[in-house]
Design a protein around this ligand. Structure first.
Ligand code: ADP
Ligand code: ZN
Length: 723
């Protein structure tokens, strides 16, 4: 486990394990089959990736979604881990290369789709390879009881049996015991140990507010999340299109996503979102399955979701980096009717009934006045007990003492009765507040004696009362239409003066930053974010693959100015330090210099030492620094009266010291065509970079040594993401 901890720090850049991670890793290292039930964002990847780096043989990771596999492979490559994907979407060349690196035991992890396992070529390859671990992601796909059964998963049991000495791990976020048993049985797991992580995602702030003017509410919410990524979920495709367009017209950076768009357009919009080209995706439930984006900072439910499972899944797509994310649900009774309407179209009685039960559960969640984590987490069978989570609207609301609310109860109940028990909460409140809307005037309700008798409270307070009356069963709400009816209990309050006890709550809108939020230097964060985006584009990966938001906010809090403090940033391991340390450090340093931010004493002693060095700098350093500052190889050769080749070797030496160098200036010096660059890199990937002779011979001397020197330099600079 010491080794595991070391890898966690050196490769992944994390200081400590999250709950269950170390137990799971220990169990896997003991080669005991393992089933892990963990919510999205719980941190399951390192649970199998760390053992994969410790095992001698290969770890095969089976996953149903190409996009997720690609994402994982990119992230691992950025961490310097030998990882490959075998899939038909690859070019023939890349496929061959990946195939080869499994064959000669270079790859530590192989990501593959279940359907590929049946192919003879793959089967032969794996049979001749030492496999230490088989990881099955989204393992519930193997169960017909799950919501996502896939036929191809069924053969995984047979596959697993072929490798009895490999340990088998299943991961899923689906919690039902039936599905769990099915996974263990079908994967032929031996004495599997189960690990069930908590479904409490502590960094998600949960809030529900009554939907009034939803467009206005959406804009206000988005204005609180400037420059942040987020998802807005809507009920229908039409709403998605309209809302996305309206927001876009107001200058928000948004794109729509739903099953009615062409595949091309959907993929394009998703890609723009993942790459931080656009900030907001307006989507139906169709969005989110195949994405791993860790910096989703908010999820807004513009409409009521159909059940708690989908709601949980959808909010779960935010805050995967562990930083605070905000989840707001706009709740209206009209939405309940809308969903009910669709449920009523279902022909199957059982299905209809079950859908109503699910709807009821989400409505109860929306209406609850206790901590929202109770109904949410208990729904998944977990016993959640915390009294105050500090991360939901109800827990942070100012609650006044319980008091006598008989008078408002009498007023409200009378209004329900006098208007005929056919109206919903908001209509009754309007009557009590004396709002002579068209609808009220149309019904003649402005003439009622109780019209306007509730002005001592505001609308929000009345809504809070109304919910209490419903929960105390003084009123029953029609699930379908939202209309209120008096119950028998109500007559005791109206006619026998029975007391009603309750509380007056003043709901608070959480400000953008709460005490629990880390405060960071937003200006510096913006500089870092821009650089991250540039690098991401250069390497053609999503920005969060370079650094998570969490890493950037930490940089913008701690202002690291040297390598060792940079290594202390969460998510910075050795490889990330090598690849990006200088780039980000120089931004931070010059920012601190401009702003007069002093991180003492480390900086002072160090910079004095550096100054001394400056005076007696070796030539190769001086040359390379000029090169990095923009001088070309040829210019420098002239200036120093040497051959260009000499300048290149100076630069190479400088790079060997671990310094970053500018690669575009080198590309200009190459005489072979771009087609060869890639080929040479591939050979480096397989054979390493120590000797150039082999390569020289391999290409029949078509690539000169000069070029090979330059290519090696470029290769060592770039992270190996070419494939
Ligand atoms: P899942 O696959 O369970 O949805 P991931 O494995 O993608 O979750 O992890 C979610 C996020 O948490 C990732 O950004 C990951 O790097 C981060 N993470 C995982 N383990 C740790 C840890 N021990 N400390 C800090 N961050 C972690
Ligand atoms: Zn709470």
């Amino acid at each position: 486990m010491d080794k595991a901890k070391q890898i966690l720090k050196d490769v992944f850049g994390y200081d400590s394990f999250r709950p269950l991670q170390s137990e799971i890793i220990q169990n896997i290292l003991n080669k005991r089959d393992t089933l892990v039930i963990m919510p999205t964002g719980g941190g399951k990847s390192v649970c199998y990736q760390i053992p994969a780096l410790i095992f001698e043989g290969l770890t095969v990771v089976i996953s149903p979604l190409i996009s997720l596999m690609k994402d994982q492979v990119e992230q691992l490559k950025q961490l310097g881990v030998q990882t490959v994907l075998l899939n038909s979407s690859l070019s023939a060349e890349a496929y061959r290369y990946n195939f080869q690196s499994v064959k000669n035991n270079k790859a530590k992890l192989l990501y593959i789709a279940p359907e590929s396992l049946g192919k003879e070529e793959i089967s032969n390859l794996l049979n001749s390879t030492k496999i230490d671990c088989i990881t099955v992601d989204e393992a519930h796909c193997i169960s017909e009881w799950g919501h996502d059964f896939r036929k191809d998963y069924r053969q995984l049991g047979t596959f697993r049996n072929k490798f009895p000495s490999a340990v088998c791990i299943g991961f899923t976020a689906t919690a039902t015991p039936r599905v769990q048993d099915d996974i263990i049985k079908n994967l032929k797991m031996l004495n599997a140990k189960k690990f069930i992580a908590s479904f409490n995602r502590k960094n998600l702030f949960l809030q529900v507010i009554p939907k009034r003017n939803s467009f206005q509410q959406t804009i206000e919410f988005l204005n609180r999340h400037k420059n942040q990524s987020g998802i807005i979920y809507c009920f229908s495709r039409r709403q998605v299109d309209e809302l996305s367009e309206d927001l876009s017209n107001l200058g928000f950076s948004t794109k729509p996503y739903h099953a009615g768009l062409s595949d091309d357009e959907r993929n394009k919009n998703q890609d723009l979102f993942i790459k931080d080209e656009i900030q907001i995706i307006v989507a139906t439930i169709a969005f989110g399955m195949g994405i791993n984006k860790s910096n989703v900072r908010f999820v807004l439910h513009h409409d009521l979701p159909k059940n708690i499972e989908s709601y949980y899944q959808e909010i779960g797509r935010s805050g995967r980096d562990g930083l605070r994310a905000e989840c707001l649900l706009l709740f209206s009774y009209a939405d309940i009717s809308k969903i009910n309407y669709f449920i009523d179209q279902k022909e199957d009685d059982v299905e209809r009934f079950s859908a109503k039960v699910h709807l009821d559960a989400i409505v109860k969640y929306a209406e609850t006045e206790i901590c929202r984590r109770y109904p949410l987490i208990n729904y998944f069978g977990e016993n959640y007990k915390n009294d105050n989570c500090v991360m939901c609207d109800n827990c942070i609301a100012d609650v006044k003492e319980m008091g006598d609310i008989t008078i408002p109860a009498q007023k409200f109940l009378s209004a329900v009765k006098r208007t005929g028990e056919i109206f919903g909460v908001n209509y009754i409140i309007d009557v009590l507040l004396g709002n002579d809307s068209d609808r009220i005037v149309g019904n003649g309700h402005q003439n009622l004696s109780l019209f306007g008798i509730g002005k001592e409270f505001n609308k929000k307070q009345w809504q809070t009362f109304a919910h209490q009356f419903i929960r105390k069963e003084l009123l029953a709400r029609d699930l379908e239409f939202g209309s209120l009816k008096l119950s028998e209990k109500a007559s005791g309050v109206l006619f026998k003066n029975e007391k009603v006890l309750g509380y007056i709550k003043e709901p608070k809108t959480p400000s953008h930053k709460l005490k629990s939020d880390k405060v960071y230097d937003e200006e510096l964060f913006e500089h870092l974010r821009k650089k991250r985006k540039d690098l991401a584009d250069e390497f053609n990966v999503p920005p969060y693959v370079i650094f998570s938001d969490r890493s950037l906010t930490e940089m913008a809090t701690k202002y690291p100015q040297d390598e060792s403090s940079f290594l202390n940033i969460t998510g910075v391991g050795i490889r990330k330090l090598e690849s990006y340390g200088n780039i980000f450090l120089s931004i931070i340093k010059s920012y601190c210099f401009r702003k007069n931010i002093n991180i003492v004493p480390v900086k002072q002693t160090r910079s004095r030492r550096q100054n001394r060095h400056e005076m007696g700098k070796p030539k190769y350093v001086v040359v390379s620094e000029s090169y990095n500052d923009g001088s070309s190889i040829d210019e420098l050769a002239k200036e120093y009266e040497v051959k260009p080749q000499t300048i290149i070797s100076h630069v190479a030496r400088y790079a060997n010291d671990g310094n970053k160098i500018r690669t575009n200036g080198l590309l200009e010096k190459l005489s072979v065509t771009a087609e060869y660059h890639q080929k040479v890199f591939e050979v480096f990937n397989i054979e390493g970079t120590t000797t150039l002779k082999n390569i020289y011979d391999k290409f029949n001397q078509e690539v000169s040594y000069e070029d090979l020197h330059i290519l090696r330099l470029i290769y060592l600079q770039k992270i190996k993401v070419q494939l």
